[in-house]
Design a binder for this molecule. Structure first.
Ligand SMILES: Cc1ncc(COP(=O)(O)O)c(C=O)c1O
Length: 451
């Protein structure tokens, strides 16, 4: 039995739940997505969510990257209506069969129209493939198009679980690249590419045609909230073509922008009309952030050569299209206007909470620095005076039962030790305020100790 592995002897279902919760608490999992292999092995039959041990009235969770409870409730109700509508609609039995490889036709048509409107730029139906969410999209691309001897260039900082997916699950070697308020630093990216270009470990093949991967959250970044400038978008595409990279963009917060105009996407800079176009960018989308992560549904928007590899995989031959039943229901959610309605509620809600969190920091902790996000869920805060984010997170948990992600967890080099990621979306406005005020209290106490 590995370190931290818990074996539970259930007496009845109630004591099993209690025992499981006690054990999970003992494991002190502040973020169950980052828990060790040994901590994931218990029977989860009686749990509602992946995060049961780190949620509840007594825990203020500022780590959670999920829609607010109010939005999830709304999603449940919309989902119920859409399911009935779809199952009473045309030929529901075929939604229960193995699905078409790219996904349910009606869903893809609805998605292409919906995304074109929401992004303010055309999305072609033939570029779309249904997935079981962005994590799965990334796993799929890493495993189908690369081998474990390949390199993946990642932003520093980056989405902290993606590095587990590509580094741990796929075994690829990660190369960090610096970022700033304009997204990934393309000069640094070029230097990193140039320094590694001689290290190709294998011959390229039709099924694995790329030299390496570049993993980006180029629009409304997790954790920093910034987006790649248009100039850098152009440069990334040039570099991807020159060095034969597949750029995988987790486009998961794009629809949650604040303000009137949707942000641009890197995908649209890889223009099919360019004379040297081959298709080097994939947009990896999901309904997790805008509807509900429990649905486990997302999509790839991919160039033809990538889509062909995905659709002809053994995995897909065996399974048919992914999440077929769910995609039929999501098509109904979209066509009924429910998703649009939810976005119109979520955007101002999250924006208001974001502005409030920024205001608390500006007025109560002026030494902290941050770029005010233009969408998404997270505020990336640099603490004043080199204060340790890890120590702040530890004290917040011990003294205020408030959970926060310390910045170095978002870095494959362990940098950003004086940073924190604050989620403003998941909790109610009052709870977010309370959490940020707790943060201020802890930082001020630490400042007083060293004054
Ligand atoms: C950048 C990014 N990519 C992917 C995911 C996971 O997406 P999904 O739930 O669709 O697997 C998250 C969730 O936190 C995220 O922030």
């Amino acid at each position: 039995m590995g370190e931290g592995l818990v074996q539970i002897q259930p007496r009845d279902s109630y004591s099993l739940v209690e025992a499981n919760l006690r054990c999970l608490r003992k494991l002190q999992l502040t973020e169950s997505k980052s828990k060790s292999l040994s901590a994931v092995t218990m029977d989860a039959t009686n749990f509602y969510t992946q995060f049961d041990s780190v949620m509840g009235e007594n825990i203020l969770n500022l780590v959670m990257g999920a829609p607010s409870e109010s939005m999830l409730k709304m999603a449940a109700s919309k989902f119920q209506q859409a399911t009935i509508a779809r199952m009473e609609g045309e030929l529901p039995q075929w939604l229960m069969h193995y699905g078409a490889e790219s996904g349910d036709g009606k869903f893809l048509t609805a998605m292409a129209t919906f995304l074109s409107e929401e992004y303010g730029a055309p999305v072609a139906r033939e570029d779309l493939v249904t997935t079981a969410g962005a994590s799965m999209g990334l796993v799929l691309l890493a495993n189908l198009l690369f081998t474990s001897s390949d390199l993946v260039f990642v932003e520093n900082p980056t989405y902290f679980v993606a590095t587990k997916v590509i580094g741990l699950d796929s075994g690829m070697t990660m190369v960090p690249v610096a970022t700033d308020s304009g997204g990934i630093n393309t000069d640094e990216l070029e230097k990193a590419l140039e320094s590694k270009v001689g290290q190709r470990q294998r011959e390229l093949t039709d099924r694995r045609p790329f030299w390496g991967m570049l993993y980006l959250v180029s629009t409304i970044h997790n954790p920093t909230g910034v987006s790649l400038t248009t100039e850098r978008c152009r440069r990334v595409v040039e570099l991807a073509r020159k060095y034969n990279l597949l750029v995988v963009c987790d486009d998961v917060y794009n629809l949650l922008y604040f303000g009137d105009k949707p942000p641009h996407r890197l995908f649209q800079f890889d223009k099919k009309s360019d004379p040297d176009y081959k298709g080097n960018v994939v947009s990896n989308g999901t309904f997790s952030k805008v509807f509900g992560p429990g649905c486990r549904i997302g999509w790839l928007e991919a160039p033809k050569r990538v889509k062909e590899i995905v659709l002809s995989s053994g995995y897909m031959s065996s399974s048919g299209g992914w999440n077929h039943t769910m995609s039929g229901i999501m098509g109904s959610v979209i066509n009924s206007g429910s998703l649009k309605e939810m976005l119109q509620i979520a955007r101002p809600l999250y924006q208001e909470q974001c502005q409030m969190a920024c205001e608390v920091l500006r007025t109560q902790l002026p030494g902290a620095s941050f770029v005010e996000p233009h969408g998404g869920y997270f505020l990336w805060v640099r603490l004043p005076g080199n204060i340790s984010g890890e120590e702040v997170a530890k004290r917040l948990k011990e003294q205020y039962n408030t959970l926060i992600l310390n910045g170095s967890k978002c870095s494959i080099t362990g940098d950003f030790k004086d940073c924190l990621r604050v989620t403003y979306s998941f909790n109610s406005k009052d709870r977010v305020r309370q959490g940020v005020e707790n943060l201020v209290k802890v930082v001020k106490a630490m400042q007083a100790e060293t004054a």
